[in-house]
Design a protein around this ligand. Sequence first.
Ligand SMILES: [Ca+2]
Ligand SMILES: [Ca+2]
Length: 379
Amino acid sequence: MNIRSLHACSTSVLAAWILASLLGSAEVQAQSAAVALTATPAAVGPITRGGQACGGGEIYHDGSAENGYSGNPSVVTSFQGVMQFTPAAYPATYSSVCVGLVSLGGAALDFQIQVHDDDGAGGTPGTLLGSVPVSVTDLPGGLPCTFYTVDVSSLGLNVASGSVHVGVQWDPSVFPSRFICSDESPATTLRLGHINFNTGDGWQTTETAFPAYRAKLLRAVGGPVSADLGLTKTSDAAGPVTVGSPVTFTLTAENLGPALATSVVVTDTLPAQLAHVSNTCGATVAGNVVTWNIGSLAAATNEICQITATVVGTGDIVNTASIAGAEGDANPANNAASASITAAAPQVPVPGIGVLGILLLAGLVLFAVRRRTSVARLH
Ligand SMILES: [Ca+2]
Ligand SMILES: [Ca+2]
């Protein structure tokens, strides 16, 4: 494909710009240079350059670029190129994005990392969830592609379902001949990508303009969010308790991390031998079910609740509570805790004979002794 053939196509395709047509067969070696930030450092996370700097994350490309895409600098003032990322489980987040870039123009490029929801028509990029401005001044000329890793944790992405579209945006009229690297190796599985220009044509799949497209050299690092919630439970009953006595249970809910836990709820279903009296955490009570809504619980923190109940039945009482949150929990073994007590019926008091009874008994004994004495004298 060359520029002339692009010009013969639709407006959208006219807006597209391809590295290969400019690069020809010459390959320019990347230069070594220091990383520099020149714009909005407060909003821009650490940028690192070189290699495939992103460790882990979702990878859909083969690591080597055969081409690069951008917008035609004489036609458009905005180019967006994104690729679809789908976490393995939910909720999930992405903390950094790794993007491969190449230039046949200058070494500077101001661009944005953008993350769009997949709520556009048919799962296309829709709501812009956030963007992080990035400014680099050390982009080497020509292939191989240079990777930049951008910290996007400030966006606080929370992917609850579906996919997101992650990519770049810049103004080709200001930064012409800069390209997002593309993988056109036939062996690479086609990964859904979109491009968009400020031509009013909306998002189109990348292969519409670039039929050889397989994947962009993008990585999103993150994935399922996990928080190990734990629960412990004790009772203040040192020994057997009697029916009618109060007993207080202390529940400690803990987030062992690594992520913030949200929608945390502790549920304590009291056995039939216990009747709820009060609690210290505003827990709601429905029948014998005590529900303690904690909400968010930061990593390495805990919350405590004391639940007081009256013992209303006898026998061995095992009171179990459980904890759950919205995040994945790889350690379910500590998500429930029990406290056991033994309850006995109160001892029935032995009826006493009282003072009157003692006097009456004493009188009877005295009477019997005197009568016996009288009888003896008669003999
Ligand atoms: Ca490739
Ligand atoms: Ca756990």
